[in-house]
Every structure is written in C-alpha cells, then in structure tokens.
Design a binder for this molecule. Sequence first.
Ligand code: CDP
Length: 224
Amino acid sequence: MTHSIVIAVDGTAASGKGTLAKRLARHFGFPHLDSGALYRLTALAVLEVKGDPKDPDTAVKGARAIDLNRAGDPKIRSDVVGKAASDVAAIPAVRAALLDFQRNFLLHPPGGSDGAVMDGRDIGTVICPDAAAKLFVDAEPAIRAHRRWLELQGLGLTRDESAVLAEINARDQADRTRPVSPLVQAADAALLDTTHLDIDAAFAAALALVEPKVERALKARPRG
Ligand code: CDP
C-alpha cells in the first residue's frame, strides 16, 4: 500500500499502546495518530446530540462531523465515551467513514516524514497490513485497570477502580468479538506484555522489537 514506513501499534484497552506509540514516534521523528481518538470523537459527537451510539445513521453522521481539534479534550477519555466509542466502532459504515483519513495519514505522513506511527485495534490487520513493524501490546487486566484509574484521576475524573476494570474487560470482550475489524493480534505482530514493565522498560522492549524492522525498511526504500 505504501512506501512510507509504518509502525502499527495495536492492543487491548489501557495496555499502554498510546504512550508507547507516542514515544516511538518521537524517537523516529515520525508523526503519530491515535486512531482510538477518532472513534472517541465520533462517540462524543453522537452523545452531544443525545443520539444512540448503536444507531448506524447517527453514528456515521458523528464520524463525518468529528472535530480533530478536540482530540486533546479530557471529555473523550471518560468511560462513558469509551463505551460509546466501542459501540460506534462496531458499525461497519463508521469504520468505512474513518478509513480514508487513517490510510491517507499513513500514505502521506504529515510534514513529508518518512514514516508514521498509528495505534488502535486494527492498524496492523486492516488499516495497514503491510506495515514495516507491528506491535500487539497487552497486560493483565488488573494492571491495565490500575493504570487507567491513575490516568483518569490525573484528568480529574474520579472513578472506582473496580468499575474501571469492569469497563475495560467489557470493552475488550466487545472489541474482540465484533464481526468487523475485531481486536486480534496480526500473525506478524510482535507481542509485548507490559504487565511487569514500567513505561521506560516497555519503551526499551518496544524499541528493540521495532528498530531493526524500521532500519531494514529505511534501507529497502526506493530512492528518489
Ligand atoms: O485508550 P483505550 O485503549 O482504552 O481505547 P482507545 O484506543 O481510545 O479506543 C476506544 C475504542 O475505540 C476501543 O474500545 C475500540 O472499540 C475502538 N477502536 C477501534 O475499534 N479501532 C481502532 N483502530 C481504535 C479504537
């Protein structure tokens, strides 16, 4: 699909894939896109008009109306928006509406960069099956719940940790079992289990898996 060097980072909810993707992007000087934000913004657009995230027409309208300037809005990180994001993400027409934007980002990375990093659920399986490097990030659910609970606290969103655990378990189950673009490790993705790794150790492990592949892809690239 592309001559740009794509690093695809997929994984379970709150596995740390977003943080890793950002650090990999910084390391290689590539732009980064959090594809989950597109689904969360779609969900927010639906919830703001008091629509039903499971209704395809409303959800597609939401996907077409997303405002990327709001990707940093803490509102999209709430568990309510996360659940609604998983609902809209199961609708094939929503995924189709968001596909071109994601592929375009990878084909023509902003700033004319040599490559791009994208994190989500289906980057290595559907959005860019020929990515130069693919990671699948996971961790034990209780650890992921604790990290997300801390993150939410930092955003001023106080939650019961057991409720956070229930929410990410339910969302993973929905994401894994949906018929369209389910959450699944690509056959050629390297598994990174961050259960016992802090962020620096996880980044070192991610880099060790990804760097040789990126270097190989850079060398193999047609010159011009
Ligand atoms: O940050 P967290 O891992 O909790 O979730 P996220 O990456 O922001 O994604 C929110 C929801 O969007 C997920 O539960 C998926 O249902 C959906 N999503 C997806 O279907 N495909 C993607 N490439 C990214 C997210």
